[in-house]
Design a protein around this ligand. Structure first.
Ligand SMILES: [Zn+2]
Length: 305
């Protein structure tokens, strides 16, 4: 009998789910709307209902669901199983782990979506042959996680890896960030910020910069400079062997990685620079990570390497 983990990746607009076997293969996938516009009770009901639907789908296909992993954006206390604050989902102080476990009757883990993605990249993706990897997802915002031996430390308060809120610029011109600070990395180097600085979407900025349009090239170059400044803080804290970049911006490929490597080389002092690589799991990283968190509940063995 095939045993599977129920993986639930809750995003601002959709809930991505999968039944994932022990080899990391997706045996069944499902997407449901988050229902944020219907309010917090509806979001919670949708998460619980989706987890239950997946458990039933597993059984109806002759598989045995053995554990569940739920990942979400925001401030997530993984050890207490509480989603403290998620602006994207409109939820606050929800004991989501126990709510899911009570509904489906299976051991359940709660994690942070980007840290779960980092976990998946470290064990199954671009970091699988490296013991120390710093992962950054660059999309609407910027967040990350540092992996050591296939584990991500969530921090004492569930807020490690918030690299997007490192202040990389100061002074009165530094833009105010949604976090309450100024000059945060994600105000310069997120896809949203790049689009805003140019007045179009980030993919268009990349296209125009590649075509040699001077203003687009300047916006791109400024973003890469800010990203290098932020990454140097990450390098100073963690001394990683490898930095893996994911999210929409990493799709720019060499057009991102080559000038970024150059910007890091220009700025570094005594640190040995890590290698740079693109994430490999794409938007399935969250579900893979959720499944790993779930299966770790059963084995509690560290990743073999
Ligand atoms: Zn901020």
């Amino acid at each position: 009998m095939t045993t599977v983990a129920i993986a639930v990746d809750v995003g601002g607009t959709g809930i991505k789910c999968a039944l994932v076997d022990q080899a990391g293969e997706f045996r069944h996938v499902l997407r449901r709307p988050t229902g944020r516009e219907q309010g917090p009770d509806a979001v919670l009901a949708n998460i619980l209902g989706t987890a239950e639907e997946l458990a039933e789908a597993a059984r109806s296909q002759g598989m045995t669901p053995v554990a569940c992993g739920v990942v979400a954006p925001g401030v997530v206390d993984e050890s207490a199983g509480v989603l403290h604050l998620s602006a994207n989902l409109g939820l606050r102080d929800v004991p989501l782990r126990d709510a899911v476990a009570d509904r489906i009757g299976l051991p359940t883990a709660l994690g942070h979506d980007v840290r779960a993605g980092a976990l998946a990249e470290s064990r199954l993706g671009a970091g699988r042959t490296t013991r120390r990897m710093l992962f950054l997802a660059i999309g609407t915002g910027i967040a990350g996680g540092f992996a050591l031996d296939g584990r991500i430390d969530p921090g004492a308060h569930g807020a490690s890896g918030e690299i997007g809120h490192i202040a990389v610029r100061t002074g009165p011109d530094a833009p105010a960030c949604g976090c309450g600070g100024r000059g945060c990395l994600e105000m310069y180097a997120s896809a949203a910020a790049i689009g805003r600085a140019y007045g179009d979407d980030a993919a268009e900025v990349v296209r125009r910069a590649q075509a040699g349009e001077p203003r687009a090239a300047q916006v791109w170059s400024d973003a890469i400079g800010a990203l290098a400044d932020g990454l140097l803080v990450g390098i100073a804290l963690h001394d990683p062997k490898l930095i893996v970049l994911g999210g929409g911006l990493a799709e720019a490929g060499a057009f991102l990685f080559e000038p970024l490597a150059k910007a890091l080389a220009e700025r570094r002092t005594f640190h040995t620079l890590p290698e740079l690589a693109a994430a490999e799991l794409g938007d399935e990283a969250g579900c893979h990570g959720a499944a790993l968190l779930a299966l770790d509940l059963l084995t509690d063995t560290k990743a073999d390497r």
